[in-house]
Design a protein around this ligand. Sequence first.
Ligand code: MEV
Length: 319
Amino acid sequence: MTALSATAPGKIILFGEHAVVYGQPAIAVPVSIVQARAVISAIPAAPNGQVRLIAPDIHLDSLIDELPDDHPLVLAILLTAGHLGAQRLPAMQVHLSSSIPLAGGFGSSAATAIAIIRAVSAFLGRPLSNDIVSELAYRVERRQHGNPSGIDNTVVAFEQPVYFVRGQPFETLIAARPFTLVIGDSGVQSSTAAVVADVQRLHQADPESIDRAFTAIGDIVRQARGYIQAGMIDNLGELMNHNQRLLKELTISSPELDLLVEAALANGAMGAKLSGGGRGGNMIALVSPQTASRVERALIAAGAVHTWITTVAPILGPT
Ligand code: MEV
């Protein structure tokens, strides 16, 4: 049998990270400039059930029997097999590669789980719907992250801009006009689970003021949705800056991210903020196509280890 492959994109959160864990809305978009790829091939003459998992990026090359069942990549394979009622998998090799920076706010864990779920289900001859793929990836994320909102697996599985509220069906966000973002990677790895747990401690210590910040972030997200749908892109910049101020208050930013945000703003960006789990990882800046490369250069000079330019394009709706 020939090799079979599946990919999944990275994602960025435009507005609302962390508050979304507490029921506020958030907006996220897929970014296919970075992606995870799972390639599956049969291992001829090996006994059924023998599954070899190779992920050079994390120096992994093992049979899944030798790994713990709750290893996220193993879990993605086992949950898929379980969902399809496959008692015993055919002997196969799962090769995972990814251009998504690890622990960098790009949703790499959701993307790797989703690439694997898609590839394994297709290999078994029963490709799964986006709904099921997203649900299985959420279960992997939950084991890994403790208390994820579900936004990462949703935006990555459906590959559309989403307006997301925890526990509710997501809304496809249709931008009336395209807009351009520069993404800057601080190069600092940061565990989303650890930051989410820290925010939870802050919340327990002072629920009133933390809830006030979350509500203010929710208001920003609702306004942003309206501006994106109306094509009033110029208004998004100030909302990003306001969201960033609130994230800073919540201790979710970092000196490295603050430097990048300031550099972007000083070089023509209309707004800038961290994106994703925070304390490291990436930040985003809203730019015009004319200022994009100037902002990119400024980010590199301020310490970014990598930059990308991405356009959020109008889309026609659910596919
Ligand atoms: C991570 O991409 C977004 C967070 O809000 C966590 C979550 O929603 O699960 C920080």
